[in-house]
Ligand binder design. Structure first.
Ligand SMILES: O=C(O)[C@H](CS(=O)(=O)O)OP(=O)(O)O
Ligand SMILES: [Mg+2]
Length: 237
């Protein structure tokens, strides 16, 4: 039976062997939720980059630019890190390419590239990712983006939700990380949005936008898409 393990922070990745495995990279608040939303709205592909300057420079090659620092949209770019940037119609995104840089999510994607396949996970596309992972039938490592190297609740809840859905066909009992995430998920599942009000992300970015985004990002099974990160691009399979 293939296994499902969880890496709670990109800082712990050196302890994990991703070779031969599928990595599911998750940054519920908000990078992977926004990436999934972007592709669902018809964005052609996204290029995750580390530096703001690199992101801005890609505008010259026809890219829309999306950048977040300290939870806010960076200066001189088209979009921030809110999924609503792809939905509110202020920027026309259909058919466009997007260069994106965020505090945690884009870094986790880059650090996971030794995996056989790097999938972009969010509650928004949970069922689609579950179906894809069943098909692959390979060991899975869920890579939580966390916050600046630290553990975070929202990504762990996603990992627990994924493990709960896959527990019939994947071994979710061999790792204490997975057992802990499953317990956390069972506690929070009745009302994920209320549970996350105590999270450091919501407290740190305490604003109307962060509350609205959080409620949007915790809705499961909204988009039937599986984005993968390969050859420097995030695109649909
Ligand atoms: O924009 C976000 O939600 C966060 C900002 S912060 O790290 O919480 O300040 O970035 P992300 O890379 O999506 O975690
Ligand atoms: Mg985050």
């Amino acid at each position: 039976m293939p296994t499902l393990d969880i890496c709670f922070s990109p800082e712990l990745l050196p302890l994990y062997n991703l070779t031969g495995r599928v990595a599911v990279v998750v940054d519920i608040l908000r990078a992977t939720s926004s990436i999934v939303t972007a592709l669902a709205q018809g964005v052609a592909h996204l290029v995750p980059v580390s530096e703001l300057a690199e992101c801005r420079a890609l505008a010259a090659s026809g890219y829309l630019t999306a950048a977040e620092r300290d939870g806010r949209q960076a200066e001189g770019v088209d979009l921030g890190n809110s999924p609503f940037g792809y939905l509110d119609g202020l920027v026309l995104v259909r058919g466009r390419k997007v260069a994106i840089t965020t505090t945690n999510g884009t870094r986790a994607l880059h650090l996971s590239q030794t995996a056989d396949t790097v999938v972009v996970g969010a509650f928004l596309n949970l069922a689609a990712v579950v179906a894809f992972l069943r098909q692959q039938n390979k060991d899975i490592v869920v890579v939580c983006a966390g916050w600046k190297g630290k553990f975070c609740l929202e990504d762990t809840l996603y990992a627990g939700a994924l493990a709960a859905r896959l527990a019939d066909t994947f071994d979710t009992t061999d790792s204490d990380a997975t057992l802990a995430a499953l317990d956390l998920w069972h506690t929070a599942a009745p009302d994920v949005a209320s549970y996350l009000l105590k999270s450091s992300h919501v407290r740190r970015l305490n604003s109307l936008e962060s509350h609205k985004d959080m409620e949007f990002c915790v809705r499961p099974d909204v988009y039937d898409i599986v984005p993968v990160f390969q050859n420097g691009r995030i695109e649909l399979l």
